[in-house]
Design a protein around this ligand. Structure first.
Ligand SMILES: *Cc1c(COP(=O)(O)O)cnc(C)c1O
Length: 379
């Protein structure tokens, strides 16, 4: 057990109480709680159709199918992301075209490089709002409009985060969210998919449930007695038990994020003068979910980064890496391209603990240890 884990759930008796009620209702699969969760989510992010799903990965997969991406198509995607963002492009048989990040301060996809990688086969750009910090959406939109590309936002890190007063996940054609157990909204496994296009929403709803034209909950209410299948779909539904947890988590989210913002400020105050550390997005002004707190080591290498992480581990501080770069995984060897900024960041990045119950004292303990370890390295 770590003295300070990387992440901790923001759970109390509310989640348990609400789940107990749902269990007692005896409707536990996709039903009224999923609908309530979707409605609340749409209200919070503003004017979108929202659909609960079994995961963000399922959401991303359905997004590509709904936009008819397949076969010879190319999809531009960052490499500095969780593997699922790129894996789904393979699910539909298309080609992931990996793109570098802007620099060590802005870890999101570089619009200039996106522009260079567009060709006749390009159909879509998947952007990922790293840590809850927005991609440069004005530039991305400009490219998408010029070349007639779809934009999918992997907003797994960024519920309620904004870009120029718009919520992340609502700017492109489709937004996808994760409610995996270490995300801002944690329900175990689950996700959401959102879109402003009603036609896409209708397609997604079919894809989510085997292509069936009605849900069993609707049939149980007597709305219909039968169904048709016009297209092959999946079972990418969420259940009402976890949707119940999601509703409670979503109600807590604003307060949880405010606490995270304070924690980020404590970190920045302690680390901003350190000569060995870059704090990405240090002067970021938009509202961010602060999903994680990443740092990057200056003039460093993999050996140093792993040494620092291990020393923190010995002090009882859990850290992580976001991310091992996807373009260097074996399975993507045919799609390999050189991405120098991504390579540097993935070799020299450390994710420090971030969760709403982390105290100022905890942050100081983490930072003081980190500073001491960095000072003693190579001496
Ligand atoms: C967690 C995550 C996913 C996958 O989410 P699941 O709900 O676990 O499928 C996708 N993309 C990013 C950026 C993530 O962090």
């Amino acid at each position: 057990m770590y003295k300070i884990p990387l992440f901790d759930l923001n759970f109390d008796s509310k989640e348990a109480k609400a789940v107990k009620k749902t269990l007692a209702s005896k409707w536990i699969s996709t039903g009224p709680k999923c609908l309530e969760f979707e409605k609340l989510f749409s209200e919070k992010i503003g004017n979108q159709f929202s659909l609960t799903t079994s995961s963000c990965t399922a959401s991303l997969h359905m997004a590509l199918i709904a936009l008819n991406i397949k076969g010879e198509d190319e999809v531009i995607v960052p490499s500095l992301t969780f593997a699922a963002t790129a894996n789904v492009i393979k699910y539909v048989g298309a080609k992931p075209v990996f793109c570098d990040i802007s620099n060590t301060s802005n870890l999101t996809i570089d619009p200039e490089e996106v522009k260079r990688k567009v060709n006749d086969k390009t159909k879509a750009i998947i952007v990922m709002h790293y840590g809850g910090f927005s991609c440069e959406m004005d530039s991305i939109i400009e490219i998408a409009q010029k070349y007639n590309l779809f934009i999918i936002e992997d907003a797994a890190h960024s519920p309620l985060s904004t870009y120029k007063n718009k919520k992340l996940g609502t700017i492109g054609d489709i937004g996808t969210f994760s409610f995996f157990s270490n995300k801002n909204i944690a329900i175990g496994e689950g996700g959401m998919i959102t879109t402003k296009h009603e036609s896409i929403y209708k397609k997604l709803k079919l894809l989510r449930s085997h292509g069936m034209t009605t849900l069993s909950y609707e049939r149980s209410k007597g709305h219909s007695t039968s169904y048709e299948i016009n297209e092959i779909g999946y079972n990418y539904r969420l259940d009402d038990i976890r949707a119940t947890i999601g509703i409670i988590q979503l109600q807590k989210l604003n307060k949880d994020i405010s606490k995270r913002q304070k924690i980020r400020e404590f970190y920045i105050e302690k680390l901003k003068e350190n000569p060995f550390i870059i704090i990405p997005f240090q002067d970021y002004k938009e509202f961010s979910s602060n999903y994680i707190f990443p740092i990057i080591l200056k003039n460093s290498d993999l050996k140093k980064r792993d040494f620092i992480r291990n020393e923190l581990h010995l002090k009882g501080i859990q850290t992580s890496i976001h991310y091992p770069p996807v373009h260097r995984f074996q399975v993507f060897k045919n799609d390999y391209v050189q991405l120098p900024n991504t390579d540097y960041v993935s070799n020299n990045q450390i994710t420090l603990p971030m969760y709403s119950s982390l105290t100022k004292k905890n942050v100081y303990f983490i930072c003081n240890n980190l500073i001491k370890i960095l000072d003693s390295y190579d001496k």
